[in-house]
Write a protein that binds this ligand. Sequence first.
Ligand code: ADP
Ligand code: ADP
Length: 232
Amino acid sequence: SALLSLRDVWVEYGDRIILEKVDLDVEAGSFVSVVGPSGAGKSTFLRVILGQEAPTRGKITLDGAPLAPECGPDRGVVFQRYSVFPHLSAVQNVAFGLECAQAPVLARLFGAARKQALAEAAAMLEAVGLGHSLDLYPAQMSGGMQQRLAIAQALIKRPRILLLDEPFGALDPGIRADMHALITQLWRQYDLTIVMVTHDIREAFTLGTRVLALDKRRHDPHAPHRYGATAV
Ligand code: ADP
Ligand code: ADP
């Protein structure tokens, strides 16, 4: 059965229907792209799977259990920007991701555990191509490096599912191509399950094994019909 499952999920704001009867099964190991023009409801969709917003109706399960209300260690997330802490170095940022997952109450480790967390963080940074940048701070990194760091921070928790919110939208085309290669490699290497939200239809089809198209016309009859293709 599916790892993540949405059944008859609706989100309505007043009389506006933003998500209309979304039924989606995300199988373990798949890479699902959610694509649509600005205003189609992509961010709303992601907030709902993150547990930050309850749908108006419908049911969401992760591994058969109802979704926990807050983003826990089962879900890793990377945003377009500002995913990492500016006052922590690369290795500290990634170790912090691990500490939060392992000790959510204390969120702080000491001695041997801390040393272990830093070693695991360094290995994860190596895997995303930042093995030589452990002690750099985000402000000292390019946009592409910051997104590599954000991916490492999300993956160190070994999340059941990795959620990407326009992760490459702010990057130059050349860098974006490098990031596409990286995320594809990590997806295979770690047997990840990924849900990526993007407005870039080419990116959606290049990376996704399945594509869910959200159509703005569903809730805005005056919106131009931008995409013909839908859930594949
Ligand atoms: P149809 O109405 O014939 O099913 P569409 O192209 O309008 O064709 O939609 C196809 C699929 O895309 C539907 O199964 C629907 O669930 C999904 N879909 C499109 N837009 C939205 C939206 N805003 N919210 C939820 N699902 C949508
Ligand atoms: P996308 O991420 O695809 O650009 P959003 O999910 O941000 O789309 O928004 C979808 C629609 O829902 C937009 O028309 C937006 O104005 C509306 N919307 C989003 N959040 C709220 C809210 N909290 N209250 C009312 N309308 C909202």
